[in-house]
Design a protein around this ligand. Sequence first.
Ligand code: MSP
Length: 516
Amino acid sequence: MSKLINNTFFVTTAISYVNGKPHLGHAYEAIACDVLARYKRLSNINTFFLTGTDEHGEKNERSAIKEGLSPKEFTKINSDHFEEMTKYLNISNDFFIRTSSDKHHLASKSLWNKLKANNEIYLDKYGGWYSIIDETFINDDEIKDGPNNSKVGPSGDNLEWVEEPSYFFRLSKWTEKLLNFYEENPNFIQPKSRKNEVINFVKQGLNDLSISRKRLKWGIKVPDDNEHVMYVWLDALTNYLTAIGFPDESDNNFKSFWPANYHVIGKDIVRFHAVYWPAFLMAANIEPPKSIFCHGFLNIDGLKMSKSLGNVLSPEELVNEYGLDQLRYFLLREVPFGQDGNFSHKQIVQRINNDLANDLGNLAQRVLSFVNKNCLAQVPEYSEVTQLDYKFISNFESLFGKTNNLINNNLEFHNVLAEIWSCISLANQYIDEQAPWKLKNNDVNRMNTVIYILICCIKYVSILLQPFMPNSCSLLLDQISVKDNNRNFNELDNFFSIIPGTKLPKPVGIFPRFSD
Ligand code: MSP
């Protein structure tokens, strides 16, 4: 079964554990997906964007006990923090999923039943070293010896020996099928470095996977065996189906949006998404997603974000300190998507002052205050457009094609912004060279043409930057009186789309400088 309507796009974030409040890493992922979803909507693509919280499993249960709360109360409190984050980051998700919801329990049980009916599940016994931080049994080759005969996992935590009856998924039989699948779908795992990592892992051969826990209470009960709850990753991954109507495969959302175009995740959870998930789905006769995109990790001043270092940054505080669109811009401009990156006060201040205040802010302010003072506060009439003007304008006319390629091929957000900024620099150069303040005295027609062209440039970049900085671009487009229904990417087809004579309001600065 394939999507019924092709002009659709489904993007998801990972769903976050609710053992604490959101941090900058969660915000980064949500913002990147938001930019992608907004970009697609502005391209007239019917888009569904999903985010939410992963509430079962041992990690969440233990954190609840520590706080003296029931898992239900505890997960609700923290899930609310994540939902609030979507509001203060201006995230345009279409749905916020909670895995503790009835709807999700039903979907997970249904997926289990499909696997069971296809003879993909059997009951046996399992013993192994378990990492609570990573919610997974750890393979022998990843276990290190710790003090006093303890065992340490890849995330540095002490592992626990767990032995219990368990249901197993026949993952081993999917080894060859997965390798074929990766070969037939070369864009399934992105970027390439991650793909090689996954293929090498699968090539070593896969073991059957324990998919239930007997000693755990907080989870989704295994159908027909109340003594077990499902392994949290099987339950968590199913969220991507729940949100679009599964198990009702005739649901319009399911028919339109599955298979997902992108599951965007961090590099630490690639195996679950790129190995287990397509195997579960193929085993249940459901098409796997089209692509798993793994972004890198954000460090703070060069150090890993961790509670023990006390450097876990709250996205809410960062928004209050630097401004929302400033933070959104910084994260996607500074860090090549797919690679690790760094957050520092100095770096974000540089981006705010150089890129936003000096380059974009200044361009808008120079042009619009000039119009206000010298062009009767309205878009001037243009007359003769020179060869040189056309050459300059051609940089804008080819910009959208470039950004489309960069987004569609590899989610290269940082290069999209770099391309837009090279046009902004050209526009600043153009205004310096054309010097409309001089033309005012000797060639008003030429002055009007130059200013008209510059207003069109501001319109072009403000439309294209909307996914990254929705609030600021909306203000910029207000300042050049672009109507709401003229703000989508169709408008980019015609550079000269602004109507001369349009009244413009008195401009106000949108990108203030940051001073400590
Ligand atoms: N609950 C699982 C995901 C289940 S998806 C079916 C989980 N949750 S998490 O809260 O630990 O992480 C949520 C997302 O945030 C993951 O994609 C993770 O990689 C990402 N990040 C966590 N820390 C991060 C950084 N320091 N930097 C960037 N992203 C990071 O894993």
